[in-house]
Design a protein around this ligand. Structure first.
Ligand code: SRM
Ligand code: SF4
Length: 535
């Protein structure tokens, strides 16, 4: 949603103007009215923009069929909640579907505005909310998908993330304190060792770090404090300012601050208040948090956060605990609870239909505890499967489609929505991504997964900059005609020492892409050509 009509530094852009006229959250009280009016008769600003404050997105590509973006703190939902989501998309037949998103979340498609009152009632009944999930709000808060299951985790992020969501959304009812930020805002917390949330691409991220015993810091007005405990204390180093946009992409930088888990909530509040009150509201292309940090410098930014906190932050711990390569969680893994397993299912490009969703809910209930987890790779984890039920679980027909052992290219494939539903898209992504991976897997043999991410435009929702090979939609020329193409990114590193990839080739027509990818995979990722079949 780039604002072409941005204005001078001191004046408000058009989004700020409509927010000043009426807060986005106000539409919450008008849902019945919109439902009886119908989408064509609605005020356009309400329909196209303000409805996003309750997670409802008008889709110009499919007018009248809205998208709903939920909130899934830490990417966790119950089988009952999954069934409620399934029953919503089911009523739209072939036009109803759902996508697991790159923020461990679910979006529903095909929604009619007339049905919103009933849909919101259903969500309420099962404890689901879509509040404040779009526009100038805080997006779904990501956390370790195996929090509380992983024997090697340092901190279970689930409660903390739920608390932050409850604070920011007033327990799902809407919180006007945080509904008018200068721009979107992403928060991630990781308590594991493999940076499963891509901390570096969030506006605010917390990564595990131990404060050594005896290290000095500062709290209150100039008061020196020492970690008097004889063992290191667990907490988080704070990263700020990571973001992707069409104009600029930056990895988050250290705030040079460490917090104990019990202070994370108040730090989130303080950072958001500073952003809300000081972030630029003139040019939407320069409104994300990093632009404010640039303007002030990190020291001043930190001081402003401390002012809001009412105390000094302790300096960062010298090193964080992200020391593993990133896991994709696909397959069967032992939990820290003896006798229990979590099973990661590969959901091709995150796309689900009602029947799949009912099926997954049933699997989670019959074999697990009813819990379902989502990953930022757009896949699903079913936890708490006892050893005694595992073998039978693995024979379930649904696992033929949602495999625990997909091909080495398939298992790491990520794709944004693309032209099927998104009006920013320059290319179709999900179907093309699936077809391309199938073709490459037919030609090549792999010895390790290669993470390929597709994104339909420079907004980078599919995070091409974190991939081994990132493909960003563009328009290019071939034989004198404009055709769909991609810019190729490489070098994205996730997990330990994460860093962003960069653009290496521009404007490859999609129809010429397969041989280009084949070469990249052969030369850089140890792929080999399959032997031609002998007759
Ligand atoms: Fe995104 C806008 C989809 C993750 C950067 N993103 C959009 C919109 C809402 C545009 C629109 O109105 O059509 C897309 C909705 C299409 C649709 O119908 O699904 C959209 N973004 C998505 C999702 C669904 C991609 C996916 O297939 O998984 C992801 C939803 C996450 C969620 O559950 O909340 C999604 N978007 C991201 C990410 C990745 C992340 O957060 O890790 C990014 C890059 C990180 C970041 O934001 O810093 C991202 N989306 C954008 C931007 C560029 C933001 C900017 O500062 O310029 C836009 C455009 C905007 O906000 O103006 C955008
Ligand atoms: Fe739409 Fe994909 Fe572009 Fe995001 S990256 S705005 S989902 S086409």
């Amino acid at each position: 949603m780039t604002d072409t009509a941005t204005t001078t530094k001191n004046s408000l852009n058009k989004f700020e103007k409509f927010k000043a006229e009426k807060d986005g959250l106000a539409v919450k009280e008008e849902i019945e009215k919109f439902a009886s009016l119908g989408w064509e008769a609605m005020d356009e600003t309400d329909r196209d923009h303000r409805l996003k404050w309750v997670g409802v997105f008008f889709r110009p590509v499919t007018p009248g069929k809205f998208m709903m973006r939920m909130r899934m703190p830490n990417g966790i939902l119950t089988s009952n909640q999954m069934r409620a989501l399934a029953s919503v998309v089911q009523r739209y037949g072939d036009e109803g579907s759902a996508d697991i998103t790159t923020r461990q979340n679910i979006q529903l498609r095909g929604i009619s505005i007339e049905d919103l009152p009933d849909i919101f009632n259903r969500f309420h009944a099962v404890g689901l909310t879509s509040i404040q999930s779009g526009m100038d709000n805080i997006r779904n808060i990501t956390g370790d998908p195996v929090a509380g299951l992983d024997g090697d985790e340092l901190y279970d992020t689930r409660d903390l993330i739920q608390q932050i969501q409850d604070m920011l959304t007033n327990k799902g009812e809407g919180n006007p304190e945080f509904t008018n930020l200068p721009r979107k805002f992403n928060i991630a917390i990781t308590g594991g060792r493999d940076n499963s949330v891509h901390a570096e691409i969030n506006d605010l991220a917390f990564v595990p770090a131990f404060k050594e015993a005896g290290v000095q810091g500062c709290r209150g007005a100039g008061e020196e404090v020492t970690n008097s405990s004889s063992s290191p204390t667990f907490g988080f180093n704070i990263l700020v300012g990571g973001f992707f946009s069409a104009k600029r992409c930056e990895a988050a930088i250290p705030l040079n601050a460490w917090v104990a888990p019990e202070d994370v909530l108040s730090v989130c509040r303080a950072v958001l208040e500073v952003f809300r009150d000081h972030g630029s509201r003139a040019n939407r292309l320069k409104s994300r948090l990093m632009w404010l940090i640039d303007e002030w410098g990190i020291e001043k930014f930190r001081q402003e956060v401390e002012k809001r906190l009412g105390k000094s932050l302790l300096p960062a711990a010298p090193k964080d605990e992200i020391d593993w390569e990133k896991r994709d969680h696909i397959g069967v893994y032992k939990q820290k609870q003896p006798g229990l397993n979590y099973v990661g299912l590969h959901i091709p490009v995150g796309r689900l239909y009602a029947e799949d969703m009912f099926g997954i809910a049933n699997l989670a209930e019959v074999y697990g505890s009813g819990e379902i987890r989502l990953t930022v790779e757009q896949n699903i984890i079913i936890p708490n499967v006892p050893d005694s039920r595992l073998a039978t679980f693995l024979t379930e027909p649904l696992l033929e489609r949602f495999s625990i052992d997909p091909g080495l290219l398939s298992r790491s494939l990520v794709s944004c929505t693309g032209a099927q539903f998104c009006n920013f898209a320059l290319i179709e992504t999900k179907n093309r991504a699936l077809a391309m991976i199938k073709a490459l897997e037919a030609e090549l043999i792999f010895t390790r997964p290669v993470r390929i991410h597709w994104t339909g435009c420079p907004n980078s929702c599919g995070q091409p900059q974190v991939a081994d090979i990132g493909l960003m939609g563009t328009k290019t020329r071939k034989d004198g005609k404009t055709v769909e193409g991609v810019d190729i990114y490489m070098g994205g590193k996730v997990g330990k020492d994460a860093h962003l990839g960069t653009c290496v080739t521009k404007g490859i027509p999609c129809e010429d892409l397969q041989p280009v990818l084949r070469e990249l995979l052969l030369e850089n990722f140890g792929a080999r050509l399959r032997e031609p079949a002998t007759v």
